[in-house]
Design a protein. Structure first.
Length: 757
């Protein structure tokens, strides 16, 4: 009985044990249910990402965009609503790093997942993507993806080897000439977005990889007047943001945005004077190698988060492959960021981030730079090595290499382990078009060749030479603004201190050409040839100048010497030399060799049309000129004079509106073509458009402010019967250039007129 009473004794407040057993069961069930619900919620949040996404992968690269000039990183001087909205739907990485401060090497690392010394692409000029280097679009194509790239900058055109990795690679740039100012060989971001949208309109499956490259933020920082309230660099950022907004709106309107994995980043930043460098390419500080990175997962999973863990460009290929369950190549050293993005981890195995710049070595003969960045320090290997504590000194102002000798040694050894077995790759000879186009973009052409075995620490330290580079870039800016005399002063200032800088001689020669100082230009090209007798750019430049001076034997000798290094350009010049001599058979031979070297160069048609033109058979010449022009549309770099002669042919046939259009096109592409400007002025005068004729003469003097141009303008005014105007132009020319220079220019004009007559 006592046992029964004990059994009935209620534990914990008198409740029967039977009651508590039942309550405990219900409590456990409730907890289990809550856990299941929580797990389901978490699973719902991330499972949509855990399964391979069904939508597109979109990679948006905004060239030259430094992270700390975006509002998502705390910047207050510009508004970027589109990038802000994408960041709100996605995940922002606070510290993401590029592997170098140049466009081509950086994009190759982004798309390959390999470091520059592994890809072999170490500079913007003289390097192409190796045929055996597998890129992300190829890896995804093998899994059924359609792939396309749409780019806005010439530096990553399809001929670099990037194009072969995509099903479609649109790098069409506006037709242009080497005379255009810095940065004009680009496509407006709005046009690039439109091209991407047209391609998307043709696609039926969402399994797509699309690479969109915007170049508006690259100097000269292009933006419309509506962003004039911002500093030029920030205005260009606002304009790029506008393009991003338009593209995102397209994705949303076509039911692609929600399903898409979108990555927005930059290839590198911009110096903006922080360490003495206004642009990029030389140094490896935060302003040029820290980049923005925003990743939006499908259906905004994990949205509106920030990740402090440092990451790098080569982490992106493993990340995309991981999301789509594609096996990663063993060679990839990067880490998948999937666990960070899905929130299943807050840390990754720590890894040092490598960056390099060989720009100074390849182009100036100065030391290369290499760096390694960890969670706290950045070490830069240079003749005077540098170590910065990024936590205490984020602006990298205090070099603590001497004060933290052990850390410095450890970082140096770690960098040596990363680069063990790597070598300095020798750049190849640049193509004709590559050399001229990159010069127009402000990139130096061909510098001192420093043998690979020469140790970098025996060469000048770029830190000690940055002002030389800045003077060079300032001179290039002045040339782009047509302030040729000022540019010449700066180029000569550099050459006075270092007369063996071949690149500067080349740029000086180009300015002399634009100033109409052909003899001085030829002399400058010959300085380059003393330093490097096989330099194709100098040989072609000298040959062109000698042709203009009618020193045909010398021109031919220089052009023939350039055949090996620049066959298309050399044979084009040899064709024109033969035409000038009246040697038809030789012209045909050289024209065919030019076509073989570059099938888009219509030299045989040009020769045929010119023969008919000189024979006065304009109606027969015209369709051949037009066929040649049709072929030229496939080229970015245009051939001078072809629009001019087409215009002259049309004028002879009294088809004046069409002739006017051709003259204007020649002037648009070759602003310094005096023949085209003269013919346009004469056409206006012949059709009684006197005011437009006067404006054409004024434009000639404004765009080509040389003694030759003033002599020509004076002669035109005389022909038009405006003796007072002619005298005023001559007097202005004397004030600007002096009496002897004007006399020589007028005599040269009279000599040319006599030959033409």
């Amino acid at each position: 009985m006592a046992q029964k009473k004990a059994a009935r004794r209620a534990p914990l407040g008198g409740r029967p044990a039977r009651f508590w057993r039942g309550w405990r069961f219900l409590l456990i069930m409730a907890l289990v249910s809550a856990a299941v619900v929580a797990a389901a919620a978490a699973g719902w949040r991330y499972a949509r990402v855990s399964a391979p996404p069904s939508g597109p992968v979109v990679l948006i690269s905004i060239d030259t965009l430094r992270a700390d000039h975006l509002p998502i990183y705390g910047y207050q001087q510009v508004a970027t609503p589109a990038i802000d909205a994408l960041a709100a739907d996605g995940i922002v990485f606070d510290r993401a790093y590029a592997h170098g401060p140049q466009t081509l090497p950086s994009h190759v690392s982004i798309l390959s997942g390999e470091l520059p010394f592994q890809t072999g692409v170490r500079d913007n000029i003289g390097f192409t993507v190796p045929a055996d280097l597998r890129l992300l679009p190829e890896m995804l194509h093998a899994r059924g993806f359609r792939t396309a790239g749409f780019v806005s900058g010439y530096v990553i055109r399809k001929e670099t080897g990037l194009g072969r990795a995509f099903d479609v690679y649109d790098s069409d740039m506006p037709a242009s000439s080497p005379e255009l100012s810095v940065g004009q060989v680009r496509r407006d971001g709005g046009e690039t977005v439109a091209a991407a949208e047209r391609w998307l309109d043709t696609q039926r499956s969402p399994r797509l990889f699309l690479f969109l490259h915007l170049y508006d933020v690259h100097k000269p920082y292009v933006s419309p007047d509506r962003y004039s309230q911002y500093a030029p660099y920030d205005g260009a950022i606002a304009y790029a943001d506008e393009h991003v907004g338009r593209f995102i709106a397209y994705l949303k309107a076509h039911d692609l945005y929600d399903r898409a994995l979108i990555i927005l980043l930059s290839d590198h930043g911009e110096g903006l004077g922080d360490h003495g460098e206004q642009e990029h390419g030389l140094f490896l500080y935060d302003e040029t190698i820290r980049v923005p990175l925003v990743i939006k997962l499908p259906r905004e999973a994990g949205a509106h988060r920030r990740i402090a863990t440092p990451v790098q460009h080569i982490d992106l290929v493993p990340t995309v492959l991981d999301f789509f369950n594609v096996p990663r190549p063993r060679a990839l050293a990067g880490r998948s960021l999937r666990s960070l993005l899905e929130g299943t981890s807050t840390r990754l195995p720590e890894q040092g981030f490598y960056a390099e710049s060989l720009y100074s070595r390849y182009h100036f003969g100065w030391s290369e730079l290499e760096s390694l960045t960890d969670s706290r320090y950045r070490y830069i290997r240079a003749p005077h090595e540098e170590l910065y504590d990024l936590q205490q000194d984020p602006g990298e102002r205090q070099n603590v290499a001497d004060r933290h000798a052990q850390t410095d040694l450890a970082m140096r050894e770690a960098l040596e382990r990363v680069t063990a077995g790597s070598t300095i790759h020798a750049p190849s000879q640049a193509s004709d078009e590559e050399r001229e186009r990159l010069a127009a973009l402000g990139y130096v052409g061909t510098g001192p060749r420093v043998a690979a075995e020469v140790a970098g620490d025996t060469l000048p330290d770029p830190k000690d030479k940055v002002q030389v580079l800045e003077v060079y870039r300032r001179a290039s800016d002045l040339a782009g603004q047509r302030r040729f005399a000022d540019a010449t002063v700066l180029y000569r200032q550099i050459l006075k201190d270092d007369p063996e800088m071949a690149d500067v001689w080349l740029q000086l020669a180009e300015v002399m050409v634009r100033m109409g100082q052909t003899s001085d230009a030829v002399d400058a090209y010959k300085h380059v040839l003393k330093l490097n007798p096989t330099d194709a750019g100098a040989l072609i430049g000298a040959a062109g100048g000698l042709l203009r001076l009618r020193r045909l034997d010398e021109a031919k000798a220089h052009a023939e010497a350039a055949v090996e290094g620049a066959p298309a350009a050399a044979h084009e010049l040899l064709t024109k030399i033969a035409l000038r001599r009246g040697d038809t058979d030789e012209a045909r031979k050289q024209a065919e060799l030019a076509r073989q070297a570059d099938p888009t160069l219509p030299m045989p048609l040009y020769v045929q049309a010119m023969q008919l033109y000189k024979a006065g058979k304009y109606a027969e010449a015209l369709p051949i000129f037009e066929e040649a022009l049709q072929l030229m549309r496939a080229r970015t770099l245009q051939m001078n004079e072809i629009h001019f002669y087409t215009g002259n042919t049309l004028a002879r046939l009294e088809r004046y509106p069409e002739a006017e259009a051709e003259f204007k096109e020649e002037i648009r592409i070759f602003p310094h073509n005096l023949q085209a400007r003269t013919s346009l002025a004469m056409l206006y005068r012949a059709t009684n458009r006197h005011r437009e004729a006067d404006q054409a003469i004024a434009d000639l003097l404004r765009v080509v402010p040389t003694a030759e141009a003033y002599a020509l303008a004076s002669r035109l005014s005389t022909i038009f019967g405006e003796q007072g105007g002619a005298a005023k132009i001559r007097a202005d020319g004397v004030r600007k250039f002096g009496e002897p220079a004007m006399r020589r220019a007028i005599q040269a004009q009279e000599k040319v007129a006599g030959r033409e007559h």
